[in-house]
Structure formats: C-alpha cells, structure tokens
Design a protein around this ligand. Sequence first.
Ligand code: GDP
Length: 472
Amino acid sequence: KLSVRFESFANRVLEMNLLVRPDDYIGVKLAGEIAALYNYRVEDVAFNEEAVLNKKAGEDKSAYPVRNPIITIMGHVDHGKTSLLDYIRKEKVAAGEAGGITQHIGAYSVKVKDAMLTFLDTPGHAAFAAMRQRGANVTDIVVLVVAADDGVMPQTVESIRFIKNAEVPVIVAVNKIDKPAANPDKVKQGLTEHGLLPEEWGGETQYVNVSALTGQGIDDLLEAIQLQAEIMELRENPKGAAEGIVIESKIEVGRGPVTTILVQKGTLNKGDSIVVGETSGRARSLMDYTGKMLNSAGPSTPVQVLGLENVPTPGDILNVVKNEREAQKIVDNRIAERKALANTSVEAKKVSLEDFFATAQNNSEAEKKVLKLIIRSDVQGSYEAIKTSVERLGNSEVSVEVISGGVGAITDNDVNLAANSQGFILGFNMRPVTTARRIAEEKGVDIKTYSIIYELINDVTLALEGMLTPER
Ligand code: GDP
C-alpha cells in the first residue's frame, strides 16, 4: 500500500502516458516505475518470463551436451496412435532394458542405435493444446499417424495445423499397412494437398509405412526419427536449477498428487523446493518410467514427482526456488494475480484488428479515428522500419499511431496498455510471454504475430480499409 490518494496517483501516472482506473491490473515492471515515483521499490518474486524468453531466443547451446529428442504422436482418432505407442513401449523398450516398463508415467524412452528417443505417451490434443496455449513447446518431432485404409481425416488436418504452428518437423507414419484395403499412395496424395510432399515425390517429408499390429516398419520409423533428431542436434544445459513442464497429473490414493514433469533444462534434484503453476512443494521422490528411483533428472528426462501440495495442469511450468517459503509466496502471488485479473476482465470484449474498421465506422463521433498499435520486434532496425511504415498508412479518416513498443517480447504491460487504450498488438518475430498471453485472452486483446514485414504492413492497410477478413 502506498497510501496516496487515487487522483494524485492517477495524475502522476498519466504523466507517464498511462491511463489507470481504480481497479486496473498492472504488471510488475509498470508497478516498479510507478512505485519509483514515490520512492518505493517493487520486489518481483515471480519469475521473469520475459527475460527467460528473450534469453531462450538468442542462447548459443552448441557447447552443451546432446539431449534426447521429445517425440509426440498425433493423428485422427482410431488411426492407431495408442497402438503404436503401446507396440514401441512393449517391444522396443522392454527388449533393451532390464525389467522393462513397470510404471505408466506418461512418457518413456527407447534406444535406437546410440541415441535415446523420448516418447510422450499421451496421444490426443488436449494436453498439447494446453501446452501450446502457454507458449511452451514440448515436442521436438511429431509423428503424424494416418491409417492407410482411411486417409486424411479432420483430426489429421487439425494435427497438421498444430505442427505448422509449432514449426516442428514431422514424420508421417502410414499405419495399418497390413490391412488389405491399405492404400498408402492415397494417404500421400491427401497429405500432399496439405503441404506434406513426400521425399520420393520431390518433397521434404519422410513417410514410413508401418503396422502397429504386426510391427512391420516400426524399426524404420524409429530410425527415421533418430536420423531427424541427429540432424537437429538438440543440446541443453544440464547445469543449474531445473525448468520443466507438466505432462500428466493426477491424485493417487495414498500418494497424493502425482505429477509427471519433463525436465527441459538444468537438473531437478530430489529434495528441491519447487513451484509448479499454482502449487508448490518439495520434490520428495523422483521416479523414471522403469519404476527406478532417481536422485536427479537432467534435460529431456521425464520423471514422476511426488510432493506437490495440489495437482497442477498439463502445460504448467516447473521452477526450482530457494525454499518452501519462497515457493509459497510465489504461489500466493500467482493466485492473487489471477483473481485480480478475473475481477477486472468481466466486461472484456474481444475486439480484433479485423473489427477495427467496423468499430471505427459505427463510432458516431465526428472526430478522426485513430488505430492505436503496440509493436514489438526482435531488432531495433525492423521496429523503426515498421513504425515508420505503418504510421504513414493513415488517411483522411483514420490515423495510425504506434503508442508503444520496441525490441523484446510482448509483455504484460503491452497487453494492459492495449486493453486500456483499445489498441492492438503486433509482434514481428516476437511472441507474447506466457503471462501476457493469458492476460490478453482474459482482457480480449488482439495480438497478431508476423515474420514477414510485408504481411504485417498489409494487414494494417487492410484493417484501415475494412478489408481484413476475420479468421474464425
Ligand atoms: P487411436 O485412437 O489413434 O489411439 O487408435 P488405436 O490405437 O486405439 O487403434 C484403433 C483401432 O485400430 C484398434 O482397434 C487397433 O487395434 C486398430 N489398429 C491400430 N493399428 C493397427 C494396424 O497397424 N493394423 C490393424 N489391422 N489394426 C490396427
């Protein structure tokens, strides 16, 4: 509590070009700036996701050890995702490992040549969708399963969309090749229409004919995955505090919350104090997919963790913190933040860039309309170029104003500013940090990201002319 009157506060903040109302939610950075006006300091006890994201984008990983690729299987229902995962687990893991798999933890690893491949054992879209929403990419390679007797189906198309969005390499497993009605060429044709041109037809996509029933072609599939992984040269830093992501989570009688974490970087040690989404605890025990107890788990290792207070959600991020008290503080903060957001977003109505023209037209005020933009870019040069170009697009009826932006990821503050000023956010080679994405969803702020300047400029032009087709 600063103990200052709201009007005086609002006025000083207004000098910073910000309009705040009594119940508005403000991000940490902004809070820091405001507090500084009153000689206060704001302590950020949450994780600096912005810094993490910016660091991730530019980090040179070539000196780190190789890590296992993470593979997920997608495809239409009944095309054989579960059968394929079951076959590989039973026939390929058990063969190489004493004891085989005794525990179903949501992930397992297979040895192929000198490499280990880690499969996420949870087919289906829900978990991935949750992870994607949080801006986290868990998977390095996707195996797209298509039944040879059925061909491309709605969820096949949906999976392709996911794969393209996530920009992950795909290997097509043409399954049920044992069936008399199998027609792998028809599958290839169907997928070619969706941009997956087979290598043998001059394209870049690997296709492998398999049968999850007889095991035919499975070794070829595993080798294709291993080769792809080798090309990708995935490396990660095993040193330092672990970061990970929740793959699966449930309550087990007598054991409490049981959570499978995929460690993504650093090393998770038994006994670490951890924060996972909105819950925390101590990693009391770590168990791998063979049922073996581990003392520590490095990058790309899936482990079942006991010791969390509550059940987190798939896609939640794990971080290691100093002690349990700090963990609790962070969790309390996150919950309070979420509640504050929920309270302020009741009347949030999504207005997209596509709707801008319509809104501007319906607005009966005679004054000139302003399209307010917040632009984030990866380098200063392109930011300047975009800013100058879009501001030039204004015409006699509408002007374009870049109200904020610069180099870096799209932050909470950007979203709040957009919400308060009915502006739109455009990212060029920059995405929103996880929390910003969440706030944008709750406040109905439209964020568009681009990797081609022309497309960005074109969208702004079309929005001004009312010609941008809404994507629904
Ligand atoms: P999911 O919904 O994609 O996980 O598909 P499932 O793995 O549950 O398989 C759906 C059905 O197809 C089951 O009855 C499987 O036994 C059958 N199936 C899966 N793979 C094959 C295969 O390679 N050949 C044959 N003949 N049947 C298969």
